[in-house]
Ligand binder design. Structure first.
Ligand SMILES: Cc1cc2nc3c(=O)[nH]c(=O)nc-3n(C[C@H](O)[C@H](O)[C@H](O)COP(=O)(O)OP(=O)(O)OC[C@H]3O[C@@H](n4cnc5c(N)ncnc54)[C@H](O)[C@@H]3O)c2cc1C
Ligand SMILES: Cc1cc2nc3c(=O)[nH]c(=O)nc-3n(C[C@H](O)[C@H](O)[C@H](O)COP(=O)(O)O)c2cc1C
Ligand code: SF4
Length: 676
């Protein structure tokens, strides 16, 4: 068993005692309304994270001035109307034993006129790419900003928070002044690091004058900016800034690296585990105040970092959205029961598209106020059909509530489409394994290789039925489609589960049967990923019909294995089922790996030579050795016609109800499992 002595050890920031070294960093939630007030959703969400054992919770970026507001749903620290809610929030966190801090934020050039009704203000007239051009802030407005931070700090102290964090990353005005790429001023606020840090220092001084220099004050700033940004902050300058902050009597440095204009800013790309630790280490070498490190730091890397004195505290963001109990599980040595974040960035995409924060793997994140696993009364015999994410979550929750649950899965293994997904996307492996582990630990009776047929249904004595059989593949009607080179995503999944696809070329037939037999007994994602380099079942030149996420992921995985991949999409929008962050990431990766993307391309025919398409009215042949049909799924279940007269409640969930993604499947499973 691993030891996490240092992570679990209590630590102090300016005399403030934290029960351990784990910190939840500030993350927007979009839970508020246009008044910017704390509501029950905030209380439940943050209370839950505090209950999970974190040493300190830093509540989301909250605007100190209406002109610096970046979202309609952001929390306000502008005036006294915020006080009652803030008091309840600080209390809710403290009651669970965590220290409560909150981030003070002014969006600067990132504020949106749609939200504020005014042009954003910046250090210089340089916009964040994709956002509005700011007007240069006037000296009077600068004084107003300084005053607004001081007023906000006073509200924080009055409402009982035990610490505050000033946001000085480039996501806000103070960080934009620090950045040589965003600040090209020639006055006392521009040029040297001393000048660029002047505004931040003035803010710190005003805050200290208002609430005292002993009140724990954390500053989040960039150790460097994304190296792809021309003229961005260097690590050398980041260290100089850290030293100046220490001199200004900041009590802890929260080391970040991001740039809103970078092609893939830090929080908008899947980081490798502990990828940024070396930056925290560099800053720590320069200063003597506690350093908080952040950036997909897993428990093992965290403990190692503390032991190696690379940081003093560890911030865990998405990991705590995914599993608020992570700190307690670390303390109790229960790492195997940690619900893993799969870095799908759905949380970020929700927030970026003005929805509330939600999470793929944790259906309760953002929904903590809704009823959970209360004991069922009366308890019933429940049959779950299908062992994909929807069925597994429904079964687990229903069993947790006391129902007698049986889950039937027709294939030899649990996971549903994730059995295929993990081969293409290794980040899913931990989630699939977690869902299976938790299901096996529950009281659910699991029957594999058990297809529920209408006849079987009649035989089974059940009192409630949950159908989670997945979507039905859309098979485009293409005249003369050559079956010998054509594969369907579900055929590939079937093959992995030991089933020979229905239509195969006679020469390849034996190979298919052999492969199906082997995979039935020897399925291992990394082995199968390795096999993707050979020319079976997919040849060297692969054309994928369907440019939504499933087709895109398949194409990318094969391109990474050296195949020549072309994706054909009928509509004008590729990856239309992804949020903006993931879409940008996938498109960039596809470009890097040479995937040809054809939009508004109509498939006319598939022959042994390849795929005949029409683009802008002109026909073309895309030569191919294999063609994969990834036209998506449609809702429906083969059993559906036999369920109309079923005497007990029937629930259709997941892809068979509405094809979407794992997030929707788990959420639907959770909801039905909690409501049966
Ligand atoms: C190639 C590919 C990659 C994907 N990658 C991602 C990704 O990275 N992230 C993401 O969020 N989503 C991804 N998805 C989508 C995601 O996998 C699905 O949305 C999700 O698996 C749906 O879950 P489900 O439980 O509703 O159905 P499924 O996962 O389809 O599970 C249904 C299960 O029911 C079983 N079953 C069917 N009929 C019966 C029966 N009569 N009796 C017993 N068992 C039966 C099936 O064998 C299957 O195991 C991907 C999809 C594809 C096709
Ligand atoms: C949904 C979401 C919203 C975030 N919003 C902010 C923000 O407004 N300001 C900020 O400084 N960081 C924000 N972050 C970044 C986190 O604070 C954290 O630094 C980042 O997620 C990396 O840490 P992690 O890998 O442990 O999640 C956000 C992260 C997430 C997931
Ligand atoms: S939505 Fe995805 S990235 Fe965000 S916390 Fe959940 S699993 Fe992690």
């Amino acid at each position: 068993m691993h030891s996490f002595n240092l992570l679990n050890q209590a630590i102090q920031i300016a005399g403030l005692n934290l029960r351990n070294s784990m910190v939840m960093p500030a993350m927007l939630t979009n839970f508020s309304d246009s008044r910017g007030l704390v509501n029950d959703r905030h209380l439940a969400y943050y209370r839950r994270r505090a209950l999970g054992g974190a040493g300190m919770i830093i509540v989301e970026p909250s605007y100190v001035h209406p002109r610096g507001r970046i979202r309609n749903e952001q929390l306000s620290l502008c005036d006294e109307s915020a006080l009652p809610g803030l008091r309840r929030l600080a209390q809710a966190i403290h009651e669970q034993g965590a220290q409560a801090a909150i981030q003070l934020h002014h969006g600067g050039r990132n504020a949106r006129s749609l939200v504020t009704g005014q042009q954003p203000l910046g250090a210089s007239p340089i916009p964040t790419p994709g956002l509005e051009e700011p007007r240069v802030i006037t000296p009077r407005e600068l004084n107003e900003v300084i005053d607004s931070f001081a007023r906000a700090a006073s509200l924080v102290r009055q409402s009982g928070f035990s610490a505050l964090e000033i946001s000085a990353t480039t996501g806000g005005l103070l960080g934009q002044f620090l950045s040589p790429a965003a600040n090209v001023r020639m006055d006392k606020y521009g040029g040297s690091p001393e000048n660029r840090v002047r505004l931040l220092k003035a803010v710190i001084k005003a805050v200290q004058d208002e609430i005292g220099s002993d009140f724990p004050l954390i500053c989040r700033f960039n150790s460097q900016e994304d190296p792809s940004i021309k003229g961005g902050l260097s690590l050398k300058e980041g260290k100089e800034i850290a030293i100046l902050l220490e001199k200004a009597k900041v009590h802890a440095a929260h080391v970040y690296v991001e740039y809103d204009g970078a092609p893939q800013p830090l929080d908008q790309r899947p980081l490798k585990k502990a990828e940024l630790l070396h930056l925290a280490q560099s800053i720590k070498e320069a200063i003597n105040i506690p350093v908080i490190a952040v950036g997909r730091i897993d428990p093992l890397s965290a403990e190692k970092a503390l032991r190696g004195k690379k940081a003093d505290l560890i911030a865990m963001g998405k990991a705590l959205i995914a599993d608020p109990d992570l700190p307690n599980k670390i303390k109790e040595g229960r790492l195997e029961s940690v619900r893993p974040c799969i870095v799908c960035l759905r949380c970020i995409d929700n927030v970026r598209t003005d929805k509330i924060l939600e999470c793929t793997v944790n259906a309760r994140a953002g929904h903590e106020t809704e009823p959970s696993a209360v004991p069922a009364s009366p308890t019933r015999k429940v049959l779950i059909i299908g062992g994909g994410p929807a069925g597994m979550e429904a079964a687990r929750m229903a069993a947790l509530r006391g129902h007698q649950v049986t889950l039937c899965e027709k294939s030899p293994r649990l996971g549903g489409l994730m059995v295929l997904g993990v081969i293409l996307n290794p980040d899913l492996i931990e989630l699939k394994d977690y869902l299976i582990r938790e299901l096996r630990r529950s009281q659910v009776r699991i029957e594999l290789n058990r297809e529920v047929t209408p006849a079987l249904l009649k035989e089974m004595d059940q009192e409630a039925l949950v159908v989670a059989t997945g979507g039905i593949p859309v098979r485009p009607e293409i005249s003369g489609g050559a079956p010998e080179i054509t594969l369907n995503l579900c055929d590939i999944l079937g093959l992995l589960n030991g089933k020979t696809p229905p239509v195969v070329n006679p020469i390849k037939g034996t190979l298919w049967r052999l492969a199906a037999w082997v995979f039935k007994y020897a399925y291992h994602p990394s082995l199968l990923r390795g096999l993707m380099t050979i020319n079976f079942p997919v040849g060297k030149r692969l054309v994928i019909i369907g440019g939504k996420f499933a087709g895109g992921e398949l194409g990318l995985a094969y391109a990474q294995k050296g195949k020549a991949v072309t994706i054909v999409e009928e509509s004008a929008d590729l990856l239309s089922d992804l949020g903006p962050t993931m879409k940008a990431i996938y498109l960039a990766k596809m470009k890097k790996h040479g995937v040809t993307l054809l939009k508004e391309a109509l498939v006319l025919d598939i022959t042994r030579e390849g795929v005949h398409i029409s683009m802008a009215g002109s026909p073309q042949l895309l030569e191919a050795d294999s063609v994969a049909m990834a036209g998506g799924l449609k809702k429906g279940a083969q059993l559906i016609h036999h369920l109309q007269d079923y005497p007990d409640p029937v629930h259709l969930i997941g892809d068979c109800n509405e094809p979407a993604r794992i997030k929707e499947a788990i959420a639907a499973g959770h909801k039905v499992g909690c409501s049966l």
